[in-house]
Design a protein around this ligand. Sequence first.
Ligand code: SF4
Ligand code: SF4
Length: 130
Amino acid sequence: MTGVPELIPLESQKEWLDKLFDENPYMNNVYPGESRKILDVFFIRNGEIEYFNLGVHPIFRESYGVGKGITKRKGYMISERCSLCGICEKSCPQRAISFKDKYYIRNENCLHCGLCYENCPVTAIERIED
Ligand code: SF4
Ligand code: SF4
C-alpha cells in the first residue's frame, strides 16, 4: 500500500494499537508484552493498494485506489510495430501474452520482468510509465 500516512491522535493510539493486536494475534509474537508501545498507529486516507499473488500460476496482480487515491498504470504494452513473430509469447514465464487478431499482454498476469521487452526483435514492446 502506498500513500501519505497520517498519525492517529495520541489519545487514541493505545486503543487502536490494542485493537490491531486483537485482530492480528500473530503480532504478539513479533512485539511481545509491552514492546508494542514502540509502534505508532497511522492511517492512509488516499492511496493505492497493489495486490500481488505469487502462489498461483499465472501470477495475479491488481491495483485499487483508496479514497481519492488513483492507480498508476505500470508494466508493458505491445505497440503497432509488432511483426507478429510470436517470440514474446514463447519467452514469457507466466504465459501472460495472448493472441487475438494481435498480440497483447494480460497485465493482471504480468510479472513486469521485462523478458518480452528484451527479446522483441523489432522493439515493439513499450514500458508503461504514468
Ligand atoms: S516479440 Fe515483438 S514483434 Fe514478436 S510478437 Fe512479440 S511484440 Fe510482436
Ligand atoms: S514483462 Fe515478463 S511476465 Fe510480463 S508479459 Fe513480459 S515476459 Fe511476460
